[in-house]
Design a protein around this ligand. Sequence first.
Ligand SMILES: [Zn+2]
Length: 201
Amino acid sequence: MSADLLAGPERVDDVQVLEADRHSLTVEQLRLMMGWVYGADGEQLADLWQAFNVQLWGGRLEPVPMWMPTCTNWGRWIGLYTHTGMGRSLSIQVKWQLGPQGRADVLLHEMLHQSLAEARRCTAHNAAPWCQEVMRITRELWGVSIWASPSVPRRVAGKSTRVQAPGPDGQPSITRKQIAGWPSSCGLHVSLHHLLERCHA
Ligand SMILES: [Zn+2]
């Protein structure tokens, strides 16, 4: 998109009209839609979305259309969250070939992006809000205490390097790569059956 398209006031008005016209989906509509496209696998993804939403975010997240593409742009990603930049979610995508376990792990990762975007907070991996949530959810879902802090450039002994602040008790941070690939990069996997049982109880 060229810059002058974004600059004019008329363009801004267009976006605002579109925002007002976009109706919210209910959890039931999301489940119906997911089942319509993907059958039982789609319904399961919708159920997991709602289980995470209730347990981790108090049911505050906005139901968002989800897709399970069989191939992704240049094979570069396995999950993707898109939003308007104005606190509205557009879509979550998780790569089909990951299978039920991998898709659940990636869904949790994308929902963390979603929760930050909807709260109008920074959605980047290498930033404090993401790191704080990684620690909170790891404790909540797995009972594991980890320390995650953003990597920042520092000059050490005349050399430019990157450092991650340790925790209050000196606990080292998980690596930047682990933070960006959480939770599976930390060896953590969502307990599928446990979550789904709860949501059908
Ligand atoms: Zn991410």
